[in-house]
Design a protein. Structure first.
Lengths: 107, 117
C-alpha cells in the first residue's frame, strides 16, 4: 500500500519567513502532485513533478522531486498571508493524499 | 484549464433521506472520476473510482450499497448517499481525469458539504 507522509502537520509563521514542507514515502511514484486547499473548497493543483531530481518553480514556491522519486518538498520563500492554507501532496493513479500541512502566515 | 463542477455545493437533510451529488467535467471528457470524503481538519480519503460505463471500484471499508456511484457519461458522475445518517456528514469532493495513466492530471471539483441532521 502506498502511503505519503507529510511534515510538519501544522506551521504558523510570520510574514516574510521561509518554510519547507516535506512529503515522504517508502514507495516509488511515477509522479507527485502538490495541491493547495482553502476551507470549504476543493484542492487546486499547484504542480506535478515527474522526473527524479526535478525542480519546478512557481513564483515564490519551489518544488523538488527526490532523485529516487520517493519524496518531494515544497519551499516557500518570503511567505505572505495569502499563502495560508492546507498544502497536500498526492501521488499514484488513485491519487493517495498525504495528511496535509496546514500553514498559517501571520501578517 | 479544465473545470469540474459539483452540485449542490451544500446540502442539509434529515436522517434517513437520500442525497444525490453530481460531478461534471465542463470542458473535457472524463474517462475516470474519483470520489473523496474529507472530515474536518483531515485529508482527503478516496471512496471510489468510477469509469464511464462500468461499475465503480470501492475502497476498503466503503459500503457500496450506501454510497451509490453512477458514471453515466464521460462528463457526469453521481454519488448518492442512501439513507443518510449524521455520521455521513462530511465534505464530499470529486475529481475527474481524462486519461488512465498515473501521470494524467486530476481536476477537482469545489466540493459538496453534506450535513445530516
Amino acid at each position: 500500500t502506498q502511503l505519503l507522509e507529510q511534515s510538519p502537520q501544522f506551521l504558523s509563521i510570520q510574514e516574510g519567513e521561509n518554510l519547507t514542507v516535506y512529503c515522504n514515502s517508502s514507495s516509488v511514484f511515477s509522479s507527485l502532485q502538490w495541491y493547495r486547499q482553502e476551507p470549504g473548497e476543493g484542492p487546486v493543483l499547484l504542480v506535478t513533478v515527474v522526473t527524479g531530481g526535478e525542480v519546478k518553480k512557481l513564483k515564490r514556491l519551489t518544488f523538488q522531486f527526490g532523485d529516487a522519486r520517493k519524496d518531494s518538498s515544497l519551499h516557500i520563500t518570503a511567505a505572505q498571508p495569502g499563502d495560508t492554507g492546507l498544502y497536500l501532496c498526492a501521488g499514484g493513479f488513485k491519487t493517495i493524499f498525504g495528511a496535509g500541512t496546514r500553514l498559517f502566515v501571520k501578517a | 484549464g479544465a473545470v469540474v463542477s459539483q452540485h449542490p455545493s451544500r446540502v442539509i437533510c434529515k436522517s434517513g433521506t437520500s442525497v444525490k451529488i453530481e460531478c461534471r467535467s465542463l470542458d473535457f471528457q472524463a474517462t475516470t472520476m474519483f470520489w473523496y470524503r474529507q472530515f474536518p481538519k483531515q485529508s482527503l480519503m478516496l471512496m471510489a473510482t468510477s469509469n464511464e460505463g462500468s461499475k465503480a471500484t470501492y475502497e476498503q471499508g466503503v459500503e457500496k450499497d450506501k454510497f451509490l456511484i453512477n458514471h453515466a457519461s464521460l462528463t457526469l458522475s453521481t454519488l448518492t448517499v442512501a439513507s443518510a445518517h449524521p455520521e455521513d456528514s462530511s465534505f464530499y469532493i470529486c475529481s475527474a481525469s481524462g486519461g488512465l495513466a498515473e501521470t494524467d492530471t486530476q481536476y477537482f471539483g469545489p466540493g459538496t458539504r453534506l450535513t445530516v441532521l
